[in-house]
Design a protein around this ligand. Structure first.
Ligand SMILES: Nc1ncnc2c1ncn2[C@@H]1O[C@H](COP(=O)(O)OP(=O)(O)O)[C@@H](O)[C@H]1O
Ligand SMILES: [Mg+2]
Length: 365
């Protein structure tokens, strides 16, 4: 059981910088998720921690020990991969015990540890089966069992659920979360799936091009994204992003949401927007609320009506599509009623729910 610390960690492959100056402390027992698009450096980070990849600069600590020069087997971390890499000719039991056997642990101790892993993961009935006789989910559970028997200081998961179908993925997600609660150990988990990241993490790191864009709890990164990238990466459907002109009319600062749709700039943003010509407005689909009649409180609410281009009923909600500045916008209606293409719908946005981003830097304002 240990914390993991990365200091100024960097990895270069020739000219490609895969991970750049990463600083990070992962406290003992934290479930940390690294999320980001393909190629952003997630696997490289994990592989450097495991010792499977040489580092180009910086330091890695596991517990209080600097492990830069330690072999993977001496770092006391276990890695679980997307392809389960089980030994096909061995039974579940033999697969679970194999790493301990190699490490010359005595057979009685191996049996105790294997039994424990079998209990934790509910593999009792599968002990004597070979991997070919298991489903994808069961194989992944055995792969996790192999990591558990080694009692590592930290578990490293690299997209462990990507090979499973959607339903199984959801089930296994719950299992992994429960497993973490049982084992009380540090987990570093890599995924490109933001839903997986949100549901599993104590803290999420959103990466892009080898850099950390934001670190925070799932709620923090959802409610307070630091830039347009995080805002559109976390949350589904992605946050609506609208490039708007900032207009000064007499003494008023206005935001032009669409042709003929102008709103007062929210009070608390006036100072920050007053010298800008353009701003990026971000609004989540659930914050564009269809209403029966438009409210006139222009300081607290932005209200407008629009013709609907498409309505997609999903049961608990209907997604409504319309255009602002020639851009497709999505609104979520939670009390579904039948809507037809071409219907004019009134929408209302609470100004406190609107995100503003700098037009040039894309950073949150
Ligand atoms: N062995 C390698 N040789 C050269 N470039 C690599 C190698 N492994 C990874 N990369 C590059 O490093 C970057 C990060 O890769 P990776 O960590 O695998 O991303 P992720 O896991 O987030 O998809 C990518 O640009 C990738 O092409
Ligand atoms: Mg990867």
């Amino acid at each position: 059981m240990a914390k993991v610390e990365l200091k100024n960690l960097t990895k270069k492959y020739g000219d490609v910088v895969a991970v750049q100056n990463m600083d990070l402390t992962i406290p003992h027992n934290e479930f940390l998720v690294l999320v980001g698009p393909s190629g952003c450096g997630k696997s490289t980070t994990l592989r450097m921690i495991a010792g499977l990849e040489e580092i180009s600069g910086g330091e890695i600590y596991i517990g209080d020990q600097k492990v830069n020069d330690k072999d993977p087997k001496d770092r006391n971390v276990s890695m679980v991969f997307q392809n389960y890499a089980l030994y096909p000719h061995m039974t579940v039991e033999e697969n679970l015990g194999f790493s301990l056997k190699i490490a010359k642990v005595n057979p009685n101790d191996i049996e105790v540890k294997v039994k424990e892993a079998v209990n934790i993961l509910g593999l009792e009935d599968l002990r004597k089966r070979k991997p070919s006789q298991l489903s994808g989910g069961q194989r992944q559970r055995v792969a996790m069992g192999r990591a558990i028997v080694r009692r590592p200081d930290a578990f490293l998961f690299d997209e462990p659920l990507s090979n499973l179908d959607a339903k199984l993925r959801t089930q296994m997600r719950t299992e992994i979360k429960k497993l973490h609660q049982k084992l009380k150990t540090t987990v570093i988990y890599v995924t490109h799936d933001q839903v997986e990241a949100m549901t599993l993490a104590d803290r999420i790191i959103i990466m892009k091009d080898g850099f950390i864009e934001q670190i925070g709890s799932p709620i923090e990164v959802f409610n307070k994204p630091v830039n347009v990238f995080v805002a559109t990466f976390i949350g589904s459907p992605p946050m609506n992003i609208i490039e708007c002109e900032v207009i000064k009319k007499q003494d008023q600062l206005m935001i032009k949401l669409d042709d003929n749709i102008l709103f007062n700039c929210p009070e608390n943003k006036i100072k920050k927007l007053t010298n800008l010509n353009n701003v990026i407005v971000g609004i989540r689909a659930e914050d564009i609320v269809p209403v029966h009649s438009n409210n006139d409180n222009k300081n607290l609410l932005w209200s407008f009506s629009k013709d609907i281009n498409l309505a997609e009923p999903l049961g608990t909600e209907t997604q409504l599509f319309f255009k602002l500045q020639n851009q497709e916008i999505i609104s979520r209606m939670y009390n579904p009623r039948p809507i037809n293409v071409g219907d004019k719908i009134n929408f209302q946005i609470d100004v406190n729910k609107i995100h503003f981003f700098n037009y040039e830097t894309k950073k949150s304002i």
